[in-house]
Write a protein that binds this ligand. Structure first.
Ligand code: C2E
Ligand code: MG
Ligand code: MG
Ligand code: MG
Length: 285
């Protein structure tokens, strides 16, 4: 009986792996059509200066509206796009779209900084720096208005190549943020060598900031590290007034999270910025 059971389990296991492979192949196929079929769009999450209480920029985040599956989260499809290389084309589209949006906002009198996530696979492309600089030129965006978010994994495969490229981007005026800081292979050696200007505290440390003492200590350490290396620190995933208050008292300059706003489509983002700034004026009146 045990043997028979084991056999059934085995068949079930094979069948489910088989199903998984087919699912992934289908997802890959759908993703290859997503751009052409206009299923991708960007949403923008405001980044707030905790001292001045002003929106200083926005992080562009990719969304895929699948015709039958509905919204597919980027944590599901970005790894697929990275594995098959389509992230290069998709990432270029994201950059283009975000710069187009930043140019629109600037011409409407709201020159905001725009943060774009750059995959490690994109950074490995030989032409990436030129592609980024071309995109800025095409949209007539000053380089200082673009921030690129990279994760620590980007530095791992070829450190000197990554350093050289980020230096070139830096020299052009583009700033670099280390995303999800503290979750990857954080090494102070990397940090010392990398031409980066911002650290983003991963939301997992912010979630239980005032509940879990370790998380409080980690957040404090990242804020202090930023101070001593002269990097600005952004807290991501701020959801409560208590977290916001703590971070601003502790000297964290920038924050984003549901407490302020979810990532929003462009029009709603504009409305949010107006409302947020009016509210500040009223509170100070
Ligand atoms: P990320 O760059 O670390 O982005 C932060 C994620 O946290 C976003 O998830 C955002 O919607 C979410 N978030 C923001 N505030 C809060 C909050 O208060 N609470 C919680 N629980 N979550 C919050 P999203 O949009 O699902 O993106 C997930 C990840 O997918 C991103 O993490 C990034 O790594 C990747 N991604 C998104 N768009 C792009 C893109 O255009 N290119 C690349 N390469 N990666 C992207
Ligand atoms: Mg990011
Ligand atoms: Mg992050
Ligand atoms: Mg992340």
């Amino acid at each position: 009986l045990a043997k028979q059971n084991g056999h059934n389990h085995f068949q079930f296991y094979v069948a489910s792996i088989d199903q998984e492979i087919r699912d992934r192949k289908q997802l890959e196929k759908d993703l290859s059509q997503a751009l052409a079929n206009h299923q991708l769009h960007l949403v923008y999450q405001p980044q707030i200066n905790l001292e001045s209480k002003r929106v200083i920029g926005a992080e562009a985040l990719l969304r895929w509206e699948h015709p039958t599956r509905g919204m597919v989260p980027p944590d599901t499809f970005i790894p697929v796009a990275e594995a098959n290389g389509s992230i290069v084309e998709i990432g270029q589209w994201v950059l283009d779209q975000a710069c187009w949006q930043a140019a629109r906002w600037a011409s409407d009198g709201t020159p905001l900084r725009i943060a774009v996530n750059l995959s490690a696979v994109q950074l490995r492309q030989e032409t990436i720096v030129d592609d980024i600089l071309d995109t800025l030129r095409r949209h007539k965006i000053p380089a200082g208005r673009l921030e690129l978010e990279v994760t620590e994994t980007s530095f791992m495969t070829n450190l000197s190549d990554a350093v050289a490229k980020l230096h070139r981007l830096n020299r052009a005026g583009i700033s670099i943020a280390v995303d999800d800081f503290g979750t990857g292979y954080s090494s102070l050696t990397y940090l010392k060598q990398m031409p980066v200007q911002h650290l983003k505290i991963d939301k997992q440390f912010i979630q239980d900031l005032l509940v879990n003492e370790e998380d409080t200590r980690i957040a404090n350490t990242i804020i202090d590290l930023g101070k001593s290396l002269n990097l600005s620190v952004v807290a991501e995933g701020v959801e409560t007034a208590e977290q916001e208050y703590y971070l601003s008292q502790r000297g964290c300059q920038l924050a984003q999270g549901y407490f302020f706003s979810k990532p929003l489509p462009p029009h709603e983002f504009e409305t949010f910025v107006k409302g947020f700034h009016e509210q500040i004026v009223e509170n100070n009146a």
